[in-house]
Ligand binder design. Structure first.
Ligand code: XAN
Length: 454
């Protein structure tokens, strides 16, 4: 009992359910050698005083300062790591033109490992500084640079799930940026999976290979089939884009006479370790297939405003039983912050609600079937992300990883608007969600290790 390498004392916010925030005031969090939360002790529990007496004053005993609060680290379910180099630019074209004009020429540059090192190193630092402790990454078609991204996550302490992108169809991809052919794409994907699995043996927080067909239009049937088989053989996560725009949706319908969801399923690419970005245009049958197979949605509300010109009917899909988390979708979404995306998820859901929302009648709450609250957006950024990945992350709960952000509400450069010394704790939570800036994120921990200090 007294052998914990770390104990934290402080007030924490964590999701109980999508609707409900748990406020753990002055709780003790006992972390074991594997970086997992072994025990959470409430102030009225018998052991509480005894644990404090035994450990106080020692190096491993961390008492949060006044005005500091604990939140779970965020889980970003959709990041195009190479596109960080164009974040904030190139927001003016629709998806197909955007890919060909800006994005493919940029991604083609990652044959240069020095360039990859500087972009990926800066991105991982930036995401950690924004409170993101787990990230699901698309890299590029290049095996070496994709492996470098996994190594950078390993070294900087972030839990990274990384995919070498597959795009092999010569009709659909430019000659300067694509896999040579399906056979090469599959061989290199398998080599990548094995290399990341080997790397993972030495990494406390975990790095994982992800089978990553870019989206159906970029891949041949042979590649899609082979990728489904590799995911099954190595029990990996799978990621892609699904039903994300009118153009992509139409392409799949013409090619297979079915929707993306059913085509992906036929290739063995929907499982409880699959995360599909966007998915705005899923029909009810598609959504039911997601729920049945355990496939999750990476909801990217900022990106959707630019590239899907639509809003995900999140509330409806969640009620159908689909796991949903949040993604920044760098660089279609021009911010590294899941705080920004949590706020946008709330705003977008409100825009879908009145007037435009004729198809979604009011539910038992008496509101139209789209509105989500900041509690639910927080859930998406934390517990929902963990559930989508089937990993024990995103909650401050026994048996979960110690992945946390310590928020300083009194940071001199970004003091939050708290003027009442007895401010209600739920109000403080809301003020954090709406007002936090990187200056407020004082420390970030992943799997029991400190990975960022400000
Ligand atoms: N579909 C995509 N959507 C997106 O938002 N970003 C991408 O890079 C991409 N590729 C296919």
């Amino acid at each position: 009992m007294n052998n914990y390498p770390r104990i934290f004392v402080g007030t924490a916010f964590t999701s109980d359910s999508p609707e409900k925030i748990s406020i753990l005031k002055d709780y003790l969090f006992c972390i074991n050698h594997n970086g997992m939360i072994d025990k959470i002790v409430a102030p009225l529990d018998e052991e509480y005083q005894q644990l404090i007496e035994t450990h106080k004053g020692k190096d491993h005993f961390h008492v949060l300062d006044d005005g500091h609060y604990l939140l779970p680290g965020f889980v970003d379910l959709h990041v195009h790591a190479p596109q960080w180099a164009q974040s904030g630019t190139a927001q003016d074209l629709p998806l197909y033109d955007w890919l060909n004009t800006y994005t493919f020429p940029l991604e083609a540059k990652y044959t240069d490992l020095d360039f990859a090192q500087s972009v990926y190193g800066n991105l991982v630092d930036t995401l950690l500084a924004n409170g993101t402790t787990t990230a699901l990454y698309f890299a590029t078609v290049h095996k070496e640079a994709s492996l470098l991204l996994a190594e950078i996550c390993a070294q900087k302490g972030q839990r990274g799930l990384v995919g070498k992108v597959v795009m092999d169809d010569p009709e659909q991809n430019p000659s300067y940026y694509r896999d040579q052919d399906a056979e090469t794409a599959l061989r290199e994907t398998e080599e990548f999976i094995l290399a990341v699995k080997e790397l993972n043996k030495t990494v406390k927080q975990g790095v994982y290979p992800v089978v990553t067909p870019r989206f159906i239009p970029s891949c041949s049937d042979e590649a899609l089939k082979g990728l489904g088989e590799l995911a099954l053989k190595y029990d990996t996560h799978i990621q892609s884009h699904c039903s994300e725009s009118d153009w992509a949706h139409q392409h799949v319908k013409e090619r297979f006479n079915k929707h993306d969801a059913f085509a992906l399923h036929d290739f063995g690419l929907l499982s409880d370790k699959s995360v599909m970005a966007h998915s705005n245009f899923l029909s009810d049958e598609d959504a039911a297939l997601f729920a049945e197979t355990g496939t999750a949605i990476a909801h990217c509300p900022l990106s959707n405003a630019y590239f899907a010109n639509s809003v995900l009917p999140l509330y409806r899909f969640r009620r159908m039983g689909i796991d949903i988390g949040l993604g920044t979708d760098i660089s279609a979404g021009a911010t590294p912050s899941l705080y920004d995306n949590a706020k946008q998820a709330v705003v977008s859901s409100r825009m879908l609600e009145d007037g435009v929302n004729a198809n979604f009648p009011a539910d038992e709450r008496g509101v139209a079937n789209s509105r989500i609250t900041i509690n639910e957006a927080f859930y998406l950024a934390t517990a929902g992300g963990g559930e989508s990945l089937s990993l024990p992350v995103g909650r401050l709960k026994e048996g979960y990883t110690w992945d946390v952000q310590i928020i300083d509400t009194k940071a001199p450069a970004a003091k939050l608007p708290i003027f009442n010394p007895n401010e209600d704790l739920y109000d403080i939570f809301q003020k954090i969600m709406y007002n936090v800036r990187p200056e407020n994120i004082r420390e970030v921990w992943v799997q029991g290790e400190k990975v960022h200090t400000r």
